[in-house]
Write a protein that binds this ligand. Sequence first.
Ligand code: ZN
Length: 441
Amino acid sequence: MTPSTAAWPAPDVAAFLDQWMQRLFPIARSITGRGNRETLRLLQQIAPLEIHEVPSGTTAYDWIVPDEWNIADAWIADRTGRRLIDFRQSNLHVVSYSDPVRGLIDWNTLKPHLHVHPELPDAIPYRTSYYRRTWGFCVTHAQYRALEADGGPFDVCIDATLTAGSMTYGEVLIPGMSREEILLSCYICHPSMANDSLSGVVLTAVLARDLMNRTDRYYSYRVVFVPETIGAIVYCAQHEAAMQRIDLGLVITTVGGPGEFEYKRSFDSDHPVNAAIEDTLRERGLPFRASPFDIHGSDERQYSSPGFRINVATLARDRYYRYPQYHTSHDDLAFVNGAQMAETLEVYRALIDRLDRRRIYRRVIPHGEPMLGRRGLYPETGGSQRPDDDGRSDLDLTLWIAFLSDGRAAIDDIARRLGVAVERLQPIADRLVERGVLALV
Ligand code: ZN
């Protein structure tokens, strides 16, 4: 399937995002199964994802791809056959990865298989049991009380299958001038919840399409759509060499709430990805909260693990864990909308612009100092030069750029170190390239 040829960017971004959220929200996703395939296939209309299947039983480092889980229907019905709990009303009613069940079950047997939210009585909580075989239903407090009052026995059915199949992920590789890659990752494993993480999935697809439409990309981009944890681990295992070369990335999730912007720093708080996020938010006058790296969170746990050490940050709006509706049926399309997502999208677009401007240079002759005079870059009369007071004359900056361009530091890292704007350094770097002192990495 090829992406739609309609105008890009969409003229009404908020409406476009709303339409995609409504389309994908009802699909029952998990870490494997048809819902993930369907989601990725639909996303191919936004950006040309390649879809890959990894068979159950495949090992990846310390993990094994589990059996594929698919669910058709589920209910708890009373003796008259009336559904008291109905999967068709919400796919959150069933614990994800539940074993299939069918039978007449009494209240005392059913009770330990029911989950309610401790704080939100009206919400259906989101629960999973990927690696321990069990089954369960998630219900509101009123539904729990109704079941208890009824007393059973109940007709309980989880019409699900857990069989050898595969785990599905999607990726788009977008080449730039440099072979150096930036990682954008989102997770596709959540059923009907909007902020965590469908908003991130839709936003990531839009960013992929944006990047494809740009002709001036400096970096290459690796955009991945994986089930959280197991998907990211498998992806790393299957792309180990490529992932080990990546320096920075973003995990994109919870980007559609009405609340505050928050970013979670990458594990090395001094890494430029963090400064780039802060600068982007400040430049736009947006208040934000900065949180330190934490071992809880999302797939940065895999990408930043000792074998990879990619500096992965997350820029969110109503970040996971923070909002009361998190992991419940109240994280819905009343909480998240296209207008809010469009605001976050603008910040991401500016952030990616900024990251993409991080040109990296290396000295053509790295040993010793370049002979600037021979290249018309040094005053002709010797002996009269002294460093000026602020050390930021064009000559000083020329010497600094030539000194710091070791093939690792990007131009904006150098700008930050020298306390000058990138806009001031870039023309000097361009001249050094033109005169054969530097080469773009
Ligand atoms: Zn989650």
